[in-house]
Write a protein that binds this ligand. Structure first.
Ligand code: BT5
Length: 324
């Protein structure tokens, strides 16, 4: 309690020193108690400058996600992100979201964690999710009367939302690699995993997992992925307020989902194609039926990738791994 009053006091005068004496007087605690509180706050990630006689000033607040900041960033959303579960650490936010879905949580519920110990990608691959500097989140959606084929389109819609959000909060030129990667300069900054549970050919619920490397330094990227991965900090040279970025992603998703509901996949497809780094490229796609090489032409009306293969034949690919 005491330390939050101290923070309030330092924030009232941004950038200015407040003397230890004044703090002690205003909080009615001893000078030693002031010093102890400052030390405790330093351990929590606050950074202060202290100077003899002048006192203390706040330089940087910890980068922890906080409910208040998230609620503020999510202003304007009406269903997405209206319930938030914020965790310090968890195995995977996908699992948390799934159990919330099964216990009746509403569409739009958002699960976030500072760290995942068992974050996952597609086909059981690992997703590295070190603490404090990334966005590891899962959004529960309960689409009404949507066929199972909606899930791949939701992946593409999410990629558009993430890309637009990144471009809005940073100078970073993010692009989409079909179907679920966001790349910057050829390296992966974000991955998307949509899992769905269906019943009678219709979707009961979807869980949209988004993993984004935000404020990780080069040395903080796990060595296993350091040659293929990057972060927004590395690319843009600027720390980004994760709450703000989360707000942008979720708001974009809500708006694009509304667009999808009123006009179908066609406008999403146009936005996706404009942000794609895959189109026009000669690529090889690893599919369960073998490798296919050709030029990526675009998306078909369902969201599958249209490829003009080396014999001049048009191929439609529903799932696979693209190698650029
Ligand atoms: C993905 O899978 O890209 C989907 C990742 C989804 C992660 C989110 S985080 C919140 C939610 N909770 C979860 O448990 N998951 C979701 P895929 O296309 O299969 O790519 C996985 C591959 O990306 C790995 O095999 C690595 O090569 C690489 N990779 C792993 N961690 C990475 C990271 N932090 N940054 C960049 N690349 C990474």
């Amino acid at each position: 309690m005491g330390s939050s009053r101290l923070i309030d006091m330092l924030q009232e005068h941004p950038g200015q020193y407040i003397s230890g004496e004044e703090i002690s007087r205003r909080l009615a605690i001893s000078r030693t108690a002031v010093w102890k509180q400052i030390e405790k706050l330093r351990e929590e990630g606050y950074e202060f400058e202290s100077a003899p006689r002048r006192g203390y000033r706040l330089i940087r607040k910890p980068e922890k996600l906080q409910n208040v900041a998230l609620l503020y960033a999510l202003q304007g959303c009406t269903t997405f992100g209206q319930r938030i579960k914020l965790l310090e650490t968890t195995v995977s936010t996908q699992e948390e979201a799934r159990s919330l879905a099964e216990s009746g949580s509403p569409s739009g519920t958002l699960v976030l964690a500072e760290e995942q110990t068992g974050g996952r990608g597609r086909q059981g691959r690992k997703w590295y999710s070190p603490p404090g500097k990334g966005i590891w989140m899962s959004l529960l959606l309960r689409p009404e009367q949507q066929p199972l084929s909606f899930a791949p389109q939701l992946t593409l819609l999410t990629a558009v939302a993430v890309c637009r959000a990144i471009r809005r909060v940073s100078e970073v030129d993010a692009g989409i690699k079909w179907p679920n990667d966001i790349l910057v300069g050829g390296r992966k900054v974000c991955g998307i995993l949509v899992e769905s549970v269906g019943e009678d050919e219709l979707i009961r619920y979807c869980i949209v997992g988004i993993g984004m490397n935000v404020n990780l330094e080069g040395s903080e990227l796990p060595t296993e992925v350091s040659s293929i991965a990057t972060s927004l900090l590395i690319e843009g040279g600027q720390r980004i307020d994760r709450s703000v970025l989360i707000g942008e992603v979720v708001r974009e998703m809500e708006q694009l989902y509304e667009l999808y509901r009123s006009e179908g996949f066609a406008p999403i497809r146009i936005l996706w194609e404009a942000l794609s780094v895959t189109l026009g490229q000669r690529i090889t796609v690893k599919t369960t039926g073998g490798d296919l090489t050709g030029t990526a032409m675009g998306l078909d009306s369902t969201g599958a990738l249209a490829l003009l293969d080396e014999s001049g034949e048009n191929r439609i690919i529903f799932s696979g791994e693209v190698q650029l």
